[in-house]
Design a protein around this ligand. Structure first.
Ligand code: C5P
Length: 239
């Protein structure tokens, strides 16, 4: 497959078209942003670690019967993905309270939810990703009630598959963000699942092993992403 031209460059990934109209290339870059782009930096090999972590988790979800946009790797930090029409909803399963939910509601960081809490935000830089409810999603015309029910079911299923896997690696999956898209009339998981889009805590120490290290200057970003990659994708460190 051959890369043709840049289609879109986001905060951490650049998407390219290819000679196949149904296939795009997603390049995981070393750039990092937080707080709506107000904080910016680069971290060595961060794109590589995120690409490999995403690859591994997409492959696992595919094995468990979840449809994703993942098709394979172009190279170590570039993923081949199916062209999908992104649904502008950020779907956030939360297992433990952290981040925005502790600022907006009376939860303390570290509170464990008895049942996963699913939050849906409207994906819009212009409006600052406000929280959605079903009525607003319907009024915006971005999803039907059936679509929302399907997205909830998929997100909770993905959460349970990933949580089980993380537990085996001595990790707590605190929360994470998913995006879905339409491909051939079906809702598929798109975007990425990485240290940029998840909160992972060490189950013993509760140390952050994700982008919170960058957001809140908790330490070395590349070193942290490498630490997580060593647990989730040990195969890339062999030889
Ligand atoms: O900021 P907040 O606490 O709502 O984030 C919840 C989870 O969703 C975190 O794991 C964060 O990394 C992820 N997220 C994201 N992209 C956003 C907003 C949140 O990946 N635009």
């Amino acid at each position: 497959i051959q890369i043709k031209e840049e289609l879109y460059s986001g905060k951490a990934k650049t998407i390219y078209t290819t000679n196949d109209p149904e296939v795009l290339v997603s390049h995981f870059r070393d750039s990092l942003t937080a707080f709506d782009g107000k904080k910016k930096s680069e971290a060595e090999k961060k794109g590589y670690y995120n690409a490999q972590i995403s690859r591994k988790l997409f492959e696992m979800l595919e094995d468990e019967g979840i449809n994703t946009h993942y098709l394979g790797m172009f190279d170590d930090e570039r993923m081949l993905v199916e062209k999908v029409e992104i649904i502008p909803i950020e779907v956030i399963p939360r297992n433990i309270a952290a981040g925005s939910i502790t600022r907006k509601y009376p939860f303390n960081e570290g509170d464990e939810f008895k049942v996963p809490v699913l939050v849906m935000d409207y994906k819009s830089d212009e409006y600052g990703d406000p929280m959605l409810n079903e009525d607003i999603a319907l009024a915006l015309g971005i999803a039907t009630s059936e679509d929302i029910a399907k997205i909830r079911e998929l997100a909770l299923n993905i959460n349970s598959i990933l949580t089980t896997y993380m537990e085996k690696q001595g990790l707590l999956l605190v929360d994470f963000k998913l995006e879905f898209g339409w491909a051939n009339g079906e809702i598929v998981l798109a975007d990425e699942i990485s240290c940029d889009t998840c909160r992972f805590w060490d189950a013993g120490t509760r140390e952050s092993l994700d982008k919170d290290v960058f957001r809140f200057n908790k330490g070395d970003v590349s070193g942290t992403y490498e630490k997580l990659a060593r647990r989730l994708v040990p195969e890339i460190f062999q030889n």
